[in-house]
Design a protein around this ligand. Structure first.
Ligand SMILES: Nc1nc2c(c(=O)[nH]1)N[C@H]1C(S)=C(S)[C@@H](COP(=O)(O)O)O[C@H]1N2
Ligand SMILES: [Mo]
Length: 269
């Protein structure tokens, strides 16, 4: 009996295919049906879940489940941030020249570059004022690094400027500046207040954080943030504010242009 079946099956089967092919085809058909049903149900569940998420009450302009995800991401980037860790740097000058421009918030108002001054608030009773000439007297730092935009692209840029920590050391009050005693946050804003970023002080004091006045050894163009912009390699591009007018140390977490529009406040890399 067993031999008969084997014989008839081997007659219908083509030489190369296994004897049990018809069985396998049935199996495949069943599995395909099952996976189709599963994916329809799965897609339905995903749509229902998304419907649920997007109709939740908002917190800071974002539905609360997504806000929790951002807070979780923020906690992770805070937990993994180490002042001693360094972003990868490249030989200075190795980036292609004329990097692309992205974002012009706060750059559209007229600016008299020769009259520009940087104002630093929140450290001493009186604000401290720097001219660009004074900033250029400070130790120069050259840095070729990758600017990463949250839109998903990144570019290498040859930056030059002064380390933010070196500028703080040059403050009149700053000869005795103790990074641990500074207020926990820093706010940076364009002169017209249209664009503004909030930073945690440890990231701002990171030795790779620059106040840059040059790209490719040339003064910044208006579109790249003349006369002075932030280069903060431990954060996404959105935090690298162009055309800084005021830097203020604060005890409360400062507002941030893209965080106000739903992005993660820390936006660490
Ligand atoms: N003032 C100001 N700074 C800004 C922006 C902006 O719109 N306004 N855009 C940010 C974003 S999203 C990115 S990716 C970088 C781009 O810098 P770049 O134009 O010099 O390449 O600038 C950041 N700094
Ligand atoms: Mo960006």
């Amino acid at each position: 009996m067993r031999n008969d079946r084997q014989a008839s099956e081997s007659l219908t089967a083509s030489p190369q295919s296994p004897v049990s092919e018809p069985m396998e085809e049935r199996d495949i058909a069943r599995k395909t049906r099952r996976s189709l049903i599963a994916s329809v149900l799965g897609a339905g569940a995903a749509v229902a879940a998304w419907q649920w998420i997007r109709t939740r009450p908002q917190e800071d302009d974002l539905v609360w489940p997504l806000r929790r995800v951002h807070e979780f991401n923020g906690k992770i980037s805070q937990a993994v941030f180490r002042p001693s860790s360094r972003t990868r740097v490249y030989p200075f000058g190795s980036a292609p020249t004329n990097p692309r421009v992205n974002g012009r918030h706060g750059l559209r108002s007229a600016i008299d570059l020769s009259a520009w001054k940087l104002r630093i608030a929140g450290l001493a009773e009186r604000d401290v004022i720097f001219t660009l000439e004074q900033i250029k007297q400070l130790p120069r730092a050259d840095l070729t690094m990758q600017l990463c935009c949250i839109e998903g692209w990144s570019i290498l840029v040859n930056w030059s400027g002064v380390r933010f920590i070196d500028l703080l050391k040059a403050l009149p009050v700053g000869s005795s500046i103790n990074p641990d005693a500074l207020p926990p946050y820093v706010s940076m804003t364009t002169p017209d207040d249209e664009y503004y970023v909030g930073l945690d002080t440890p990231s701002a004091l990171h030795p790779q954080t620059l106040l840059a006045y040059e790209i490719d050894n040339q003064p910044l163009t208006i579109d790249h943030g003349a006369p002075l912009r932030l280069v903060i390699p431990c954060k996404y591009g959105i935090k690298n504010i162009k055309r800084i007018g005021t830097i203020a140390f604060t005890h409360d977490r400062p507002r941030d242009y893209w965080a106000d529009r739903g992005y993660d406040w820390y936006s660490g890399l």
